[in-house]
Write a protein that binds this ligand. Structure first.
Ligand code: SRM
Ligand code: SF4
Length: 517
């Protein structure tokens, strides 16, 4: 089945480039691009269509591409991690990897001439990066402790894998879903704490009982963009687990064929819901599925605050534990990747999990292996007991690699948190999220304190600054935060954050700061 995208009379730049040649077409041209080199190849293929393969041209570091993988549920094996470590190690100081806010990995420093060989290796270890950028479905998120959580309601791993296999044709590429009106996010939660941020996905499944059968209530239309941010709303549908894949397929087909395409700023699913109303979307989805859907269950099973999974926790399997490590702003070097792979092999079952907070979990650690694991030198940097402010720090890529960025984020976030921790005693975890521009990849609207990059005027000059968001609530009754202060120059930010932490989050000035000693 191929796309039946309606022909618009005047197409925007992106609809035009997709109509001229499907993004997936570049899959068969990679060898040719590798021989031509990034400077000589067609610019539209380089800057846009390569993203259908997960290969992102970076204008900030021309010639050094970013590779975005797909890791359903954020699960990766030690073998896969080692291979990715090999890839980034090859690029020396240019190479590293970032854990993303969708439980995924992005590799940096990639040379185009190496892409065909890298793809052959990815395939050998069962990894794919296909359809991870542009107008495709992004990495599908799920509980990072699915299958091992002592309190989980439903192990979502297999469902999430099935949805990815549908969308990508088991990693081969699927033209049925490669020309959506815009990007698309799906999350499936089987846990009690909404660890997927269901509310900010275009489709989210959250656990709910109907007539004593465990299935999912369905939310739709959540998204962030520079123009508008909305939490997902109920579709008024409950599905049994067996219908999850078919429902995803039906919603995607309805969105593909009816989603708005004229203006890219108004193309996400919520804009179609605005135009149609949620009832019409529901009817169209039923027609697509060829069957009536049940109404949503009156209540869902998200009952807890969101956990961050950092530390040591007993698994549902007796005698086994998962160990959550804090990875500062999600940045990994090749050596860290090798070390994580070794640790997973030596102490666990060779599996590693990633979280939407850009951290790592090592599952399946037996009682007897816990102590030696906690003594590993890597845990001095990737701690199981980080300080309260560092613990919940999240940051998007920022200007180091992203050309949309209005400010530097990751390095600044780390430096700022260290300075604040030196000045403050902070008894509570405070979720501070940095994002380099209004696209909100760092999700400032879900944070206790969200910092969104902007440009501001200071002393007659344009400098880097932030808009401050507060009030994001996660877990049960999740709600988006709002902008409370606009345009704070980054050079003036520390005292502003210090005051917010003292006034709202129970932090106190350390004695040595108050006495000046
Ligand atoms: Fe994002 C575009 C990075 C999660 C909203 N995002 C980009 C690009 C591809 C822009 C570019 O080409 O430079 C960034 C790549 C920079 C780089 O070199 O790393 C980028 N987004 C990221 C990541 C890596 C942030 C991070 O540091 O973790 C996340 C990758 C997730 C993944 O594994 O696939 C990432 N982006 C998000 C999220 C959060 C989420 O999904 O929970 C959002 C908000 C939620 C949403 O999409 O509704 C998000 N990214 C955007 C947008 C705004 C979309 C819109 O509808 O307008 C853009 C711009 C666009 O698509 O036009 C964007
Ligand atoms: Fe880039 Fe902006 Fe997304 Fe940060 S929020 S990664 S700066 S697009």
């Amino acid at each position: 089945m191929t796309s039946t995208v309606p022909v618009a009379t005047s197409l925007n730049k992106f609809e035009k480039l997709k109509a001229e040649k499907d993004g997936l077409a570049v899959k068969t041209e990679l060898e040719q691009f590798a021989q031509l080199g990034w400077e000589a190849m067609d610019e539209t293929d380089r800057d846009h269509r390569l993203k259908w393969m997960g290969v992102f041209f970076r204008p900030v570091t021309p010639g050094k591409f970013m590779l975005r993988l797909r890791l359903p549920s954020g699960i990766i094996t030690s073998e896969q991690m080692r291979l990715l470590g090999d890839v980034v190690q090859r690029y020396g100081d240019d190479g590293n990897a970032d854990i993303t806010t969708r439980q995924n990995l992005q590799l940096r420093g990639i040379r185009l001439e190496d892409v065909p060989a890298i793809f052959r290796k990815l395939e050998q270890v069962g990894l794919t990066s296909i359809q991870s950028g542009m107008d495709n479905v992004r990495n599908i998120t799920g509980s990072p402790v699915a299958g091992i959580d002592a309190d989980e309601l439903f192990d979502t791993r297999d469902l999430i894998r099935q949805v990815q296999d549908l969308i990508t044709n088991k990693g081969e590429g699927n033209p049925t879903f490669s020309n959506l009106p815009r990007k698309f996010n799906i999350a499936i939660a089987g846990c009690r704490d909404n660890s997927v941020h269901a509310e900010i996905n275009d489709i989210a499944f959250i656990p709910a009982y109907k007539d004593e059968v465990l299935g999912f209530n369905v939310l739709v239309g959540g998204f962030f963009s520079g123009k508008r941010c909305e939490a997902a709303i109920p579709l008024n549908v409950w599905v049994a687990p067996d219908d999850v894949v078919a429902l995803c397929e039906a919603i995607l087909l309805v969105y593909r064929d009816h989603g708005l395409r004229a203006n890219r700023q108004k193309a996400r699913l919520m804009w179609l819901i605005d135009e149609w109303g949620v009832e019409k979307l529901r009817t169209a989805v039923e027609t697509q599925m060829g069957k009536a859907l049940l109404a949503a269950a009156p209540k869902d099973e998200i009952l807890w605050d969101k956990r961050d999974h950092i530390g040591v926790y007993a698994q549902k399997q007796p005698g086994l534990h998962y160990v959550g490590l804090h990875v500062p702003v999600g940045r990994l070097l090749a050596a860290d990747m090798f070390d994580l792979a070794r640790i997973a092999d030596v102490y666990g079952s060779g599996e590693i999990r990633l979280t939407v907070e850009q951290n790592v979990i090592v599952p399946n650690v037996p009682d007897s292996r816990l102590e030696p694991l906690l003594q590993e030198p890597l845990l001095k940097r990737f701690s199981t007991e980080p300080e309260t402010l560092s613990r919940s720090l999240v940051s998007c890529t920022g200007s180091q690699f992203c050309n949309f960025a209005l400010i530097e984020t990751k390095n600044r976030a780390l430096a700022m948190i260290k300075e604040l921790e030196a000045e403050l005693d902070s008894p509570n975890n405070v979720r501070i999220h940095w994002t380099g521009c209004p696209n909100s990849c760092g999700q400032p609207q879900v944070a206790d304190i969200g910092l969104m990059g902007t440009k501001v005027r200071k002393d007659g000059k344009t400098v880097e600054g932030v808009d401050i968001y507060m009030g994001g609530k996660v877990g049960k009754d999740a709600a988006l935060g709002n902008c409370v202060t606009k345009g704070v120059p980054c050079s003036d930010l520390k005292p502003v954050l210090r005051d917010l932490l003292i006034q709202h989050f129970g932090s106190e000035l350390r004695q040595e700061v108050t006495t000046g000693s």
